[in-house]
Design a protein around this ligand. Structure first.
Ligand code: APR
Length: 198
């Protein structure tokens, strides 16, 4: 069943939100949305951080989340002992609107023959598993690995959408929100959502 990505009426603040049409697969209760914006501003139960294996902060979305959450986030991250690529660990959200942050190091793109697609899929699957464990009903995710780690956005988005659908099928989640920092990336997500059948 071809899904249609439909645009909701522009909500307050003019942020464009796209929600998959009602043509969901039977049994899939939640929805996937795409927004253009800053993940630190999202009012969801958990936000995902595209971290590095130290889990001790960095640039990009990692830096933005640590800045917005405040120093207590780093203090808790110090207790985690890092994470392997594809793993995901949970902390509180502190000054963020989200109650939790799910930190995952995605893979660095090395040309595509070093298991990067499988590792990126594992990062997404691990994040959704942690979300289920903490009882999160809504989770916002950036485009993991597509910045400093140079994973091609199109291929990464196909993986992200596939893992999101699997997580929604497993139940427990009401919303998976992909938060894109640029319109270009948001358009890729919308295209993949609209095109990928089933
Ligand atoms: N909100 C949403 N998305 C954001 C934000 C933000 N505030 N800031 C950046 N992004 C987007 C980027 O545009 C990109 O699409 O997040 C995506 C991931 O880019 P990076 O943050 O560079 O993450 P990644 O490619 O996974 O590289 C991780 O970079 O910041 C360091 O510590 C991090 O070493 C790790 C590496």
């Amino acid at each position: 069943m071809l899904r249609s990505a439909v645009r909701d009426a522009a909500p307050a603040g003019g942020r464009r939100r796209w929600r998959e049409g009602t043509g969901k697969r039977a049994g899939m209760t939640g929805r996937i949305t795409v927004v253009e914006g800053d993940i630190t501003e999202q009012d969801v139960d958990a936000i995902v951080n595209a971290a590095n294996p130290s889990l001790l902060g960095g640039g990009g979305v990692d830096g933005a989340i640590h800045r917005a959450a405040g120093p207590e986030l780093l203090a808790e991250c110090r207790t985690l002992g890092g994470a392997a690529t594809g793993e995901a660990k949970v902390t509180r959200g502190y000054r963020l609107r989200a109650r939790y942050v799910i930190h995952t190091p995605g893979p660095v793109w090395r040309g595509g023959r070093a298991g990067e697609p499988e590792l990126l899929a594992r990062s997404y699957a691990s994040c959704f598993a942690r979300a289920r464990e903490i009882g999160a009903r809504s989770v916002a995710l950036p485009a993991i690995s597509t910045g400093a780690y140079r994973f091609p956005i199109e291929a990464a988005t196909v993986i992200a959408v596939r893992e999101a659908r699997r997580a929604l099928d497993a139940g427990g989640l009401e919303e998976v929100r992909f938060v894109c920092f640029t319109r270009r990336d948001a358009d890729v997500y919308r295209r993949v959502l609209a095109a990928a059948p089933g």
